[in-house]
Design a binder for this molecule. Structure first.
Ligand code: AMP
Ligand code: MG
Length: 294
């Protein structure tokens, strides 16, 4: 009997390689992971602690002149769980080291610039874990499906995005691109829940149903993204997202692997700890009453 855990490492099990077929993906599956939810949740918590440790290492690296950073790009249809990943996976690390940006419909100012302008402005600085909730990929997803620009314009963007990501990775950023893949039935259940619960109404947008009605066109646009932009420097990972516990476990694991790949160690310091401890012991703070504390 096999034991619960990653039978295949997450980056290997989830990577969209050549010939990857999104239509054939079972969105309730748990690629690479052999256990159930009862095994997955405690494992994710333990790996979340490891992630927090690695993120602190990255932050320390940045504070001492290091140039590396990590960028998590989250894509997925409405209700796929992007927000849950931010809350649960990114929520496990120190917020001071995170640069989070959500990309919605471009503002007037953003529309006046090239579509990568707002993306460049949001790239993580050295030492930071950047998180994009949606990204420049919307410029070949919603923009393509809704016909917001002529085909020749979005068609040229795949190569441009690849060149952009090559530049970003060359400057020291590891880019982890995650597409959360949900099934139509699970999306219907999640949209229904948003409609039935007043505390979820704020997340509901009537436009979500217009997007849902174009499901096949979005699948086709996602397949094109995977075919054309899953590169060696910035591969796509496709995470089945019907089981929230698995998606969170998988994204945690992908980030742990990305950070471990940096092979960072605690920055060297020129302090003399023994001498500093002696100085610490020598300092006497006067008590409010007058006598010095022992
Ligand atoms: P949400 O992530 O639910 O807050 O929704 C953000 C909305 O912004 C989604 O409907 C996206 O499709 C839309 N959006 C994001 N980027 C773009 C873009 N570049 N052009 C048009 N719509 C976009
Ligand atoms: Mg939404």
């Amino acid at each position: 009997m096999g034991h619960d855990g990653w039978q295949v490492p997450a980056p290997q099990a989830l990577r969209a390689g050549p010939g990857f077929d999104l239509a054939a993906l079972d969105r309730a599956s748990t690629p690479g992971w052999s256990g159930d939810r009862e095994a997955g949740e405690p494992h994710a918590a333990a790996r979340g602690e490891r992630l927090a440790e690695l993120q602190e290492l990255l932050f320390a690296h940045g504070r001492t002149g290091g140039t590396r950073s990590v960028l998590l790009v989250l894509q997925g249809l409405d209700t796929a769980g992007k927000g849950g990943i931010v809350r649960h996976v990114i929520g496990a690390v120190d917020p001071q080291g995170v640069m989070l940006r959500s990309f919605g419909v471009p503002t007037e100012e953003e529309r006046a610039h090239h579509y990568l302008w707002r993306i460049r402005q949001s790239l993580p600085r050295p030492g930071y874990l950047g998180v994009f909730d949606r990204s420049h990929y919307e410029d070949v997803l919603v923009v393509r499906v809704a016909g917001l620009v002529p085909p020749e314009v979005w068609q040229a963007r795949y190569a441009e995005i690849n060149a952009f990501e090559e530049e970003v990775t060359a400057s020291g950023t590891v880019v982890v691109k995650v597409a959360l893949a949900i099934s139509p039935d699970e999306q219907a259940a999640r949209l229904r829940e948003r409609l039935e619960r007043p505390d979820k109404h704020w997340k509901y947008n009537p436009g979500d149903l217009d997007v849902r009605a174009q499901w096949p066109a979005y699948e086709e646009a996602y397949q094109a993204v995977l075919d054309r932009t899953s590169t060696d420097v910035a591969p796509w990972y496709v995470v089945p997202a019907d089981r929230k516990w698995y998606a969170r476990l998988a994204v945690t694991e992908l980030l742990v692997h990305a950070l471990e790949g940096l092979e960072l160690s605690w920055p060297p310091s020129d302090i003399d700890p023994a001498a500093e401890l002696a100085r610490l012991d020598a300092i006497r703070i006067p008590q409010p009453g007058g006598a010095a504390a022992d």
